[in-house]
Write a protein that binds this ligand. Structure first.
Ligand code: CU1
Length: 526
């Protein structure tokens, strides 16, 4: 703003403050608000889906609308809710925790955020387009997507490009910040673990978002410009689409879980009053998971037909992922072991995450076994599996992070009573919702159908009841957040959890670097 003119007041000033902001905290707040808003939009869609499936023969929405709903639910949750919420955590916590004044490129940061609402406006507008919204499922498989008539598919492609640009710019910013803006003396290995999880995530984003962009562009040219990438009649192959999509898609699911690992690795030591067990192995485990994520993609395609040797390769590499993941779970439990544990809301969500995510990981291991996968493929077992990973996993970690960092962000603790109520209602209802899906899948109920045979009725009724309890439990969270942001809860001191809750290092194991009174001289790496 030029200093020659009087500063604008009122509504204009408010709009300018948020539209032009280059402050990492402001942008972090915008990401979080946008992410949670989209979480409620996509969550509302899932409640319509669950209502439709409450009992057999329901005709709440017509089958075409149902397909649009599952497509938009998936895309909105992934690109609109989970990724932006993690980006919000990154914006707030990365500069603060590495001693940087802001992100490396503050204006770029503004742009990466503000691309999102516009990308989403385009994506949401497809719901109201002539001929119907995109109804392919979030995976957009060809030839269904390349032959899909309505223009909504083209608008979806545009919006995916915009969201992809936003993600890549944010990733570049995070990498530049972590490599160049660390406080003097903080080596890479001394970097806080949440920042570690994000630098790896950012490299994954830069590696795979262009693959998705290329894939949807090929889809676009197949649709309108006479190419035949995915069209057999023209010499192409629809399987190419699946390979390309999952080469993006599998690392993408790790993009949705690695920052969660970082959050949990920050919270568990605090409430165990112990340093993180196996810190270095935690960092290498993250790196290892990231590398493996590039060589497992075809486990999504076992039933599409492939050579036995290829199948074995993807089966074994997928099973290999459970080794570094197991190391992480072991280290979290070892951190808690003989710690002076207390269970404030963030810790409850963190422990809930560890238990639930492990379940999601185990069913993932079941899916990795190729001969067994022929039974599970395209059933509700898969839906149950990835919702354990993403709802009972990623989402619980996000709540853990919000409850943990809100005192830092706002100066006020969230209400513990409402936080704990939110936790228990969420934990119980998430299991009522998604546990039955495993049994439905094993019994043969296919995914992505608006109706089902009578024998699946009971488990579906349970899942619907659970989903609505989960949905309403989130209103407690919203109320709690509004109260905290308005300063109507307990005031938090500067070192929030440590001071007020008597959290000190009470064990003999060495304290982490930042708690040393006379920090040892560490040579800065360049
Ligand atoms: Cu995968």
């Amino acid at each position: 703003m030029s200093h020659d003119h009087p500063a604008p007041k009122g509504f204009i000033a408010y709009i300018q403050r948020w539209l032009f902001t280059t402050n990492h905290k402001d942008i972090g707040t915008l990401y979080l608000l946008f992410g949670f808003a989209m979480f409620f939009v996509a969550g509302f869609m899932s409640l319509i889906i669950r209502a439709q499936l409450a009992q057999p023969g329901m005709q709440l929405v017509n089958p075409a609308t149902y397909n649009v709903l599952i497509t938009m639910h998936g895309l909105t949750m992934i690109f609109g809710a989970l990724m932006p919420i993690f980006a919000g955590f990154a914006n707030w916590q990365i500069p603060l925790s590495i001693g940087a004044p802001d992100m490396a490129f503050p204006r770029l940061n503004n742009w990466s955020f503000w691309l999102l609402p516009f990308g989403f406006a385009i994506m949401m507008s497809t719901l109201f387009m002539e001929g119907g919204g995109p109804s392919t499922g979030w995976t957009m498989y060809a030839p269904l997507s390349t032959n899909y008539g309505p223009p909504s598919m083209d608008f979806l492609i545009v919006s995916i490009h915009i969201l992809g640009i936003s993600s890549i710019l944010a990733a570049i910013n995070i990498i530049a910040t972590l490599l160049n803006c660390r406080a003097p003396g903080m080596s890479l290995m001394n970097m806080p673990i949440f920042s570690w999880s994000w630098i790896v995530t950012a490299f994954l984003l830069i590696a795979v978002m262009p693959v998705l962009a290329g894939t949807v562009t090929m889809m676009l040219t197949d649709r309108h410009f006479g190419t035949s990438f995915f069209n057999v009649a023209g010499g192409g192959d629809p399987l190419l689409f699946q390979h390309l999509f999952w080469f993006f898609g599998h690392p993408e699911v790790y993009i949705l879980i690695l920052p969660a690992f970082g959050i949990i690795s920050e919270i568990v030591p605090t409430f165990s009053r112990k340093p993180l067990f196996g810190r270095t192995s935690m960092i290498y485990a993250i790196l290892c998971i990231a590398v493996l994520s590039f060589i497992v993609w075809a486990h999504h395609m076992f039933t599409a037909g492939m050579l036995l040797g290829t199948m074995l390769f993807f089966m074994y590499t997928t099973m290999l992922v459970s080794v570094p993941t197991g190391i992480k779970v072991f280290n979290w439990v070892a951190t808690m072991y003989r710690g002076a544990l207390t269970f404030e809301t963030p810790m409850l969500f963190a422990v809930g995450f560890i238990a639930m995510f492990t379940l999601g990981g185990l069913t993932g291991l079941m899916l990795a076994i190729a001969p067994a996968d022929f039974q599970y493929q395209d059933t509700y077992f898969v839906v149950g599996h990835f919702h354990y990973a993403l709802v009972a996993g990623t989402l619980l970690s996000m709540f853990a992070g919000v409850y943990y960092w809100m005192p830092k962000w706002t100066g006020y603790y969230c209400s513990e009573f409402m936080g704990k109520l939110h936790f228990w209602l969420s934990l119980i209802s998430v299991n009522i919702t998604f546990m039955p899906m495993h049994f439905l899948g094993l019994a043969g109920m296919p995914r992505r159908i608006p109706d089902y045979a009578l024998q699946f009725a009971d488990f579906n009724a349970w899942a619907t009841v659970g989903a609505f309890i989960f949905g309403f439990a989130q209103l407690i969270f919203v109320y709690n957040m509004i109260k905290t942001m308005r300063g109507k809860t307990e005031k938090a001191p500067k070192k929030a959890w440590e001071a007020a809750h008597g959290l000190e290092w009470t064990v003999a194991s060495p304290a982490p670097y930042h708690t040393f009174t006379n920090p040892p001289k560490i040579k800065a790496d360049t």
